[in-house]
Write a protein that binds this ligand. Structure first.
Ligand code: KE4
Length: 437
């Protein structure tokens, strides 16, 4: 006979499960983006009913402390009243015009004022669009075809980026997704993140034929992985020397790791930068920009075509402008960074106390949690972590009302609404979750 609590638990699962089963009848896998399906951790996705500040409530009104925040955008916490009000005001004037507006000019000016490397910027609607366009632009500007990315980094789902490392040390990639012709990835070189020697060898042999290097300046799609100082320096030095465009993909790190993004922390000026997530505050908004001489190649000025029906639409711009204004308030990033670091250090300490091989790291408002004794430095080390233990921990935390990224290979995100008390509550939950083994 199921106890009342088990019955309640089953009832809770039945509402999310019911929605998941229903979703699968019309949406592939029941989700509109694969990672949401809990494929990596198993179990039933939680269907969000509403969200506010650091919390969301699922279809059965169970509250969770949310450490995804829409995979980064919700840096202010969900449904910030000033963002909601700005979106409502903008919407009352019309949702989208397919014509320029003053608001998007102001938004471009704000982005260029906040990020010195942006001399010109073009607004788009997703990170995928931003990176796809930046790569096409780099190829058009240099007249070269070869591009370099790093294993474990994700830059959206455009064809030439859905590629896995070739078999040999410097062999070109092969498609990592169905539906991508081998021809579409044969110009893509996949190297190892933080492998300076391999990067140097690649440029020694192929430098003059490489159009661009695209890199996550702090990787967040193979969990959080920091670049070494030597790697950061080599990326800039080698690309500068060979006339290769250095693209900092800051879709995730942009205004998340600091007010001047990862490039500000690195002291590096990339040639192009892609942005997304935070700059839209949860609305479909992304951007690519950088050196004017490169941006002058984009249509209608130059031959590199790029376009978008909803690019720069006033509602997304209103959310972005308000978000960027609020995160510029004095002390915002210092507070966010300190709280995120307290979470990471607290998790590391709990792992030690529980005798578990667990480590954690953080940069600004993003963190990594690894079931490995040491913080990993590359994709191979991340994949060596104890994924089964992570999955048990993930579900134990879900039961505790804490929502982590549903994959051992994703970073987590803290918002300014995650107070010290909420970090403490999370650590107390983690202690109980670790005790379950
Ligand atoms: P979108 O097309 O999903 O807006 O952005 C693609 C993208 C580009 N560059 C970086 C560094 C990114 O992290 C992303 C998207 N990040 C994932 C999170 N791992 C989005 C979540 C999802 O795919 O549902």
């Amino acid at each position: 006979m199921a106890s009342d609590d088990n019955k309640r638990q089953e009832t809770i699962m039945s509402r999310n499960l019911e929605l998941f089963e229903r979703a699968k009848t019309t949406i592939p896998g029941g989700v509109n983006s694969p990672v949401r399906a809990f494929g990596s951790v198993g179990g039933t996705p939680r269907f969000v009913k509403k969200a506010s500040g650091p919390y969301f409530w699922d279809a059965d009104d169970k509250r969770y402390i949310d450490y995804i925040g829409s995979w980064g955008p919700a840096i202010l916490g969900h449904a910030h009243p000033e963002v909601i009000a700005a979106v409502q005001r903008a919407a009352e004037g019309g949702l989208s015009f397919g014509a320029p507006t003053e608001a998007e000019v102001e938004f471009a000016e704000v982005l260029c004022s906040m990020l010195p490397s942006l001399e010109h910027v073009r607004l788009v609607s997703s990170g995928t669009e931003a990176t796809m366009s930046a790569i096409r632009l780099a190829r058009g500007f240099t007249g070269r075809d070869t591009i370099v990315k790093f294993e474990g980094c994700y830059h959206g789902h455009s064809d030439s980026l859905l590629v896995k490392a070739g078999s040999g040390l410097l062999t070109f990639g092969t498609p990592s997704s169905g539906g991508v012709p081998a021809d579409f990835t044969r110009h893509t070189l996949v190297l190892e993140y933080n492998n300076v020697a391999q990067l140097e060898e690649t440029f020694a042999r192929l430098g003059d034929s490489i159009a661009c290097v695209i890199v996550e300046p702090f990787a967040g799609n193979m969990n959080l992985i920091r670049p070494s100082d030597a790697f950061v320096k080599a990326l800039r030095t080698l690309t500068e020397k060979s006339g290769t465009v250095l693209i900092y993909d800051e879709v995730m790190t942009g205004f998340r790791v600091g007010l001047q993004c990862a490039q500000g922390l690195h002291g590096i000026t990339p040639d192009l930068t892609t942005l997304g997530k935070v700059i839209g505050g949860g609305m479909p908004m992304a951007a690519f920009g950088g050196r004017k001489d490169i941006m002058n190649c984009i249509a209608p000025l130059g031959s590199v075509y790029q376009a978008g029906t909803l690019s720069g639409n006033p509602v997304a711009v209103a959310a972005g402008l308000t978000t960027l204004r609020l995160l510029r308030e004095p002390g915002f990033h210092e507070t966010l960074t300190a709280r995120t670091r307290r979470l990471a250090d607290g998790l590391t300490e709990l792992g030690k106390q529980a005798g578990v091989a667990l480590s954690a790291d953080s940069v600004g408002g993003m963190f990594g949690l690894y079931f490995t004794p040491e913080v990993p430095t590359c994709f191979a080390e991340v994949t060596a972590s104890d994924r089964d233990h992570f999955n048990r921990f993930f579900h134990a935390m879900l039961e505790e009302g804490v929502y982590l990224a549903p994959s051992a290979y994703e970073a987590g995100f803290v918002s300014i609404a995650h107070t010290d008390a909420i970090i403490d509550e999370t650590l107390a939950a983690a202690k109980r979750a670790l005790a379950k083994g």
